[in-house]
Ligand binder design. Structure first.
Ligand code: HEC
Ligand code: HEC
Ligand code: HEC
Ligand code: HEC
Ligand code: HEC
Ligand code: HEC
Length: 423
């Protein structure tokens, strides 16, 4: 709801509460004021309670803060209002999946709007004495993780569950494809998840065209909790650290500073608040160390031809995983050849003539392989898949390990150690 319309609604609500006088006859003398409510009796002083949040000046400040956040400045258009994106990238999508308890929205939402106050906020009751902040949040329930449509909910802590419903690994973006004969078939784009607790790190595994182990940008929750990285057999991992008992909001919604435009609903941590305990250099030093470790892993994977390294026109280096097999499971050769491989799965969404809804599909592209020189020429080992996945787990997380420096460093270092021990 927009700010004017919610204020209008409040004004109407207030008017309704006050306007109960009869319309006929002269008005009587005003009655004496009622007694103030007292603690322990049912009922609340509505005006004061509501105004603690709804005072215009206070709401205006929240808007100012929110307008500085990426929830406001980010993008809803492009393709982020489509079926597999709208749940996290749009207001309507989030309302739909939290209301209906589904993993993805029913269909594209072409006119979807950005994340706003009412995306995160919803009154679940007016008994604020119970738990003020969760009374005004749309969801605080444990999260059914989206990436493998996990039916066991993970509890990240009350308010965290709101953030983590979006700030988590993305999950499928495709379920069907059209084969080279034009037949529509289904496939499992995410065949690797979840990683089994006991596994053979040396077992062979194909990484085929069309498959994905992508983590997406919203992985903060998993690192924060120290879970869902690829963990090597026989290793133990430390999941908690100094700030594990904090919530996302402890750092991301700390005291608002209107001068530096950080804290509060900007969601940018106000780092002055951190400096009461340790200086800013401490945080950037740890970020630099973790980022160097990430690059070390990227280089190691490139040397084995698990990754391919590229540098864009602005000089930014990136690493991407190189498929071992084509879409139909044929091993790519490491020399030039005239063989036609299923080299790509191209998005081919269509609109159903009967329902008018988008039908999601992908079409297999047959071509000779231009990338033979960067192919490994054998299946990966499971431990290589794990190392590649762990690279993405840290790289897409964006905090450079701040959310759990201990686990982040272990995840990277143990991947490097395993690769070195298993040439
Ligand atoms: C702890 C803070 C807080 C308190 C206290 C509070 N509200 Fe709200 N209320 C909100 C927020 C945040 C929103 C969402 C703002 C928006 O969408 O613009 C909201 C929205 C509303 C809406 C719009 C409808 C909706 O659910 O989106 C109404 C009506 C409303 N509040 C009435 C009240 C009344 C009446 C009281 C007092 C009994 C009250 N509120 C107390 C925070 C609060
Ligand atoms: C409805 C889904 C959703 C919820 C709920 C949500 N976020 Fe986000 N958040 C996003 C998306 C999507 C973006 C990226 C927006 C863009 O770039 O278009 C984002 C961006 C951010 C950013 C900025 C990242 C950057 O690259 O600058 C921060 C910080 C953030 N969110 C923190 C939080 C916190 C803390 C909470 C809980 C209080 C939260 N978010 C709740 C979806 C959500
Ligand atoms: C499970 C929730 C979720 C789903 C589903 C999801 N995203 Fe995101 N996405 C996020 C979050 C959270 C961020 C912000 C992370 C950050 O900036 O730290 C983000 C960031 C992004 C960014 C980078 C930020 C920017 O503004 O450039 C792009 C691009 C993006 N998403 C595209 C997509 C597309 C396309 C889809 C659908 C195919 C999709 N996302 C599905 C949660 C999700
Ligand atoms: C990304 C999710 C998110 C969005 C978007 C959001 N809020 Fe909030 N808001 C929260 C959370 C979480 C809290 C509780 C903060 C805490 O416990 O530290 C909160 C607290 C509040 C409070 C009560 C706390 C206080 O300081 O009195 C108000 C009022 C409020 N929000 C208003 C708004 C308004 C108005 C908007 C839109 C301009 C908005 N919020 C947008 C997540 C959000
Ligand atoms: C101990 C404090 C702390 C806690 C707790 C915390 N964060 Fe962060 N977060 C940070 C810092 C510091 C950064 C890095 C900001 C930077 O480098 O500019 C960050 C970065 C991020 C980013 C990327 C922002 C960007 O500009 O790229 C997102 C998104 C985010 N956090 C979301 C979350 C979510 C969701 C949670 C809860 C699961 C959370 N954070 C918990 C401190 C924290
Ligand atoms: C109440 C005190 C306190 C506040 C406030 C605080 N921290 Fe910490 N933090 C600690 C303690 C104690 C440690 C662990 C001991 C140490 O490494 O100094 C720590 C460690 C860390 C570490 C790991 C540092 C390392 O070298 O291993 C990071 C990263 C961190 N904090 C981030 C933050 C951020 C970001 C904020 C602000 C949003 C913040 N902290 C606010 C007390 C605090």
């Amino acid at each position: 709801m927009s700010d004017t319309s919610s204020r209008l609604l409040l004004a109407l609500l207030a008017a309704f509460l006050v306007a109960c006088e009869g319309a006929t006859g002269p008005a009587g003398a005003p009655g004496r004021d009622g007694n103030d409510g007292s603690d322990g009796l049912p009922g609340k002083d509505a005006s004061a309670t509501c105004l603690s949040c709804h005072a215009t000046a206070k709401m205006d400040v929240k808007y100012d803060e929110y307008h500085l956040s990426k929830h406001f400045t980010g993008t809803t258009s492009l393709n982020r209002n489509t079926k597999y994106c709208a749940r996290c990238h749009t207001d309507q999508g989030f309302r739909e999946i939290t209301g209906a308890g589904t993993f993805v929205v029913n269909n594209d939402i072409p006119n979807a709007t950005r994340i706003t106050c009412g995306t995160c906020h919803k009154h679940s009751g007016f008994d604020f004495a119970v738990d003020t902040n969760t009374q005004i949040l749309r969801t605080t329930s444990p999260v059914f993780l989206n990436y493998n449509r996990n039916l066991t909910a993970t509890d990240f802590g009350k308010i965290n569950n709101l953030c983590v419903t979006c700030h988590q690994i993305r999950g499928v973006t495709a379920e069907r494809y059209t084969d080279s004969l034009g037949v529509i078939r289904t496939f499992n784009q995410l065949p690797f998840f979840p990683f089994p607790a006991t596994k053979d790190d040396n077992a062979p595994v194909n990484y085929q065209v069309g498959q994905s182990f992508s983590v997406h940008d919203g992985n903060q929750s998993n690192l924060f909790k120290g879970i869902n990285a690829y963990e090597y057999t026989g290793q133990t991992y430390t999941r908690t650290w100094q700030h594990s008992a904090n919530s996302c909001t402890t750092c991301h919604m700390n005291t608002y500073d209107p001068i530096r435009k950080v804290g509060g609903h900007t969601l940018i941590p106000n780092q002055v608040a951190c400096e009461s305990c340790h200086d800013g250099a401490r945080i950037s030093t740890i970020q630099e160390a973790i980022d160097l470790k990430r690059i070390e892993l990227g280089e190691l994977l490139t040397a084995r031809k698990v990754f391919r390294k590229s540098t864009n026109s602005s000089g930014v280096v990136s690493y991407s995983a190189v498929q071992t097999h084509d879409f139909y499971g044929r091993l790519f050769a490491t020399t030039a050849s005239t063989t036609l491989y299923a080299t790509a799965l191209v998005s081919a969404n269509t609109v159903s003539p009967t329902t008018g809804l988008v039908v999601y599909g992908n079409t297999v592209t047959m071509a000779t392989d231009a990338n033979w020189a960067t192919r490994i020429g054998r299946p990966w080992k499971y431990g290589e898949l794990g190392a590649a996945y762990n690279y993405g787990y840290i790289n897409s997380e964006l905090s450079k390990g701040v959310h759990n420096p201990v686990y982040a460093m272990q995840v990277l270092q143990r991947s490097i150690d395993w690769l070195n021990a298993n040439p």
